[in-house]
Ligand binder design. Structure first.
Ligand code: KG4
Ligand code: ZN
Length: 360
């Protein structure tokens, strides 16, 4: 059965208190925003996935079910906001793990019905971009945003909070996947991105050379990097020759990684960062846009943040990076996007369905 009911379209004169829910992957998050200001940002991380080396969708949905009510309550409490003062409920509609998305959307719909307040459907990747509008100074429109997460790598032209266009994206792995898969090859636990960042801080980025893929236009490719690291490690520390090639035993490989971990991590990170920044430079040159942002979980990477600032000062960009807590998955970015949609009266009806895919 379909319901086309849209809950209460209010006159847009209130303060615009938005309660936002994010549940697209393995973080259950809630945030309250009033008049475009974030009042609270609460996240429950799901540690259950660590032992499996990646997110297990079924376990993620179950953990969201357990976390969602306490997380929403904590966000309201931290914001000193009562349920009845909410003007709208925003939630992540797409993209993501479908079971995880459904938990957030059902919760938001139930609240919308119970409180008779409008529902706002938010695109997770657009929210990553608009995380750059949370704090001052804000970028001017149009701005470019390099959005780098575990599932996506995109260059977006943002003309307004309501108009964005993807002008470049990955043709295979996302940048976050490149970090996580490289880390897995080094025997590091999931998610490996932050660990590569940590070890890279002590390493020499010039020690090992990994190739830069030649992809036309503004698109990216990271799968070749994973393969080159795999081959590199097959020979690493080898003492025997097999079919005219060095082939390391498991023990030799392990010892080599242990002895060179910082340099390997620094070299991998350097390659991923140069791939990203070279395309961003090209995008700025082609579009003439010099207000430039980064967003998404990988924008928490210290090598990328440093390289981005350096590139920005060399090319005369105004650079913007969200605060650390707004880079990885969070509900504050859903709240700020929800707030702009609230101002535009862009409400969803109760039949709106979640989508795993990333259509814009
Ligand atoms: O945006 P996000 O939190 O979730 C998705 O929507 O995917 O991004 C998660 C990704 C993971 O691949 C994680 O390893 C990566 O962001 N990440 C990092 C760092 N912090 C998170 N990668 C490199 N360095 C970091 N400091
Ligand atoms: Zn994300």
């Amino acid at each position: 059965m379909q319901s086309n009911q849209t809950v209460a379209k209010p006159p847009l004169v209130g303060l615009g208190v938005v309660l936002a829910i994010e549940s697209s992957c393995d973080e259950t998050a809630a945030s309250v925003c009033r008049d475009g200001k974030i009042l609270s940002n609460f996240i429950a991380n799901q540690t259950v996935h660590e032992q499996y080396g990646g997110v297990v969708p079924e376990l993620a949905s179950r953990a969201h079910m357990q976390n969602i009510v306490p997380v929403a309550e904590a966000a309201l409490q931290n914001a000193k906001c009562k349920m009845q003062n909410i003007d709208a409920i925003a939630f992540t509609q797409s993209p993501g793990l479908i079971g995880s998305l459904l938990v957030g959307s059902q919760f938001a719909k139930s609240l919308s019905l119970a409180l008779n307040k409008p529902l706002i459907a938010v695109h997770h990747m657009q929210a990553h971009v608009l995380a750059n509008l949370i704090a001052d100074p804000k970028p001017g429109f149009p701005f470019l945003c390099l959005t780098v997460s575990g599932g996506h790598t995109q260059i977006v032209v943002c003309e307004s909070p309501y108009k964005m266009k993807v002008i470049g994206e990955t043709i295979d792995d996302a940048a976050g996947e490149a970090f996580d898969k490289s880390a897995k090859l080094l025997g590091l636990p999931y998610p490996g991105g932050p660990l590569i960042d940590k070890y890279a801080a002590q390493g020499d980025p010039g020690r090992f050379k990994f190739p830069e893929p030649q992809v036309p236009g503004l698109n990216f490719s990271f799968s070749g990097l994973k393969t080159s690291i795999l081959y590199f490690l097959q020979n690493a520390g080898a003492s025997t020759i097999y079919k005219e090639e060095f082939l390391a035993t498991q023990e030799e490989k392990k010892t080599f990684i242990e002895n060179n971990l910082a340099d390997i991590c620094a070299s991998i990170q350097q390659r991923i960062v140069t791939i990203l920044l070279n395309k961003l430079k090209k995008a700025s040159l082609e579009t003439g846009i010099t207000d430039i942002c980064i967003a998404g979980g990988v924008s928490a990477n210290s090598g990328l943040r440093k390289g981005f600032e350096e590139t920005g000062s060399k090319y005369g960009w105004r650079t913007f990076i969200p605060a650390f807590e707004y880079c990885t998955d969070n509900a504050a970015m859903i709240a700020i996007t929800g707030y702009y949609k609230y101002l535009a009266g862009d409400f969803a009806d109760l039949s709106v369905s979640s989508s795993a895919r990333a259509e814009w």
